[in-house]
Design a protein around this ligand. Sequence first.
Ligand SMILES: [Zn+2]
Length: 264
Amino acid sequence: MTIDDGNKSDITYVAPLLKQYGFGAAFYITEAGMRGLGFGRKKSVEAVERPENFVTWEDVRKLHEDGFEIGNHTELHFNLRELSKDQIRAELEHIEMRCREHDIPVPTTFVYPGSHHSIEVVEVLEEKDYLFARRGVGPEFPDNGQGARGPVYNPAEDHPLLVPTTGYAGPEWGFEDLVWAVEQAKDGKIAVLIFHGVPGLHHPWVITEPSDFERYMKYLKDQNCTVIAMRDLAKYVDPSQGPKDPYEPIQRRLALETAAPKSD
Ligand SMILES: [Zn+2]
């Protein structure tokens, strides 16, 4: 269970509900929202967000104290494919420094801003000893940015720094998609879920309504799912194991798809 971007609902709604269910989760924090800045869509950062719609570092510390994982989602949420390795490092280290300042453990897991990943970012994460990093649903599944199904995480194949998203909540993703994601979580495979604001007071393209979120959590409980934070994957998966070429499993899946006969 992963919750991105530090929406205020993390602290006002999501964490209390998850606690009630006894679920673990990782909250991926960036300063893009809390400082009133845009989410790095342009390299020149604009003041376009309302900071009151986002958590503060005091809120983040409270999430940690409540037992949730705090993960790294970079300082300003840029597309890391457009940055140099030094700039990528700086983006990561800013969040690490803020965690230290607020007595929060330095993150060991990461989420790619805007799902933009590359071998350069994987290499920086590897150098910095990150254990797991989550990408989006692509390139195997289409992503129109409004919620989507994605690959199930298969620890026997996938690189731990390119963990795919199985269910990306948004207006075009709903209860049937959650059921589908949970059905994939078998034979050692793991369904990885992303939520943003519940509801988000900004970025309406990725919101989840509280009534839907509650229904989803109840379903996970009824299905007896083990709902955990990213860091707790280490109890089930050895993060030091992975394919030599991190992109090999993704390329193999894409090749299989292209080779498959089309059926009308
Ligand atoms: Zn994000």
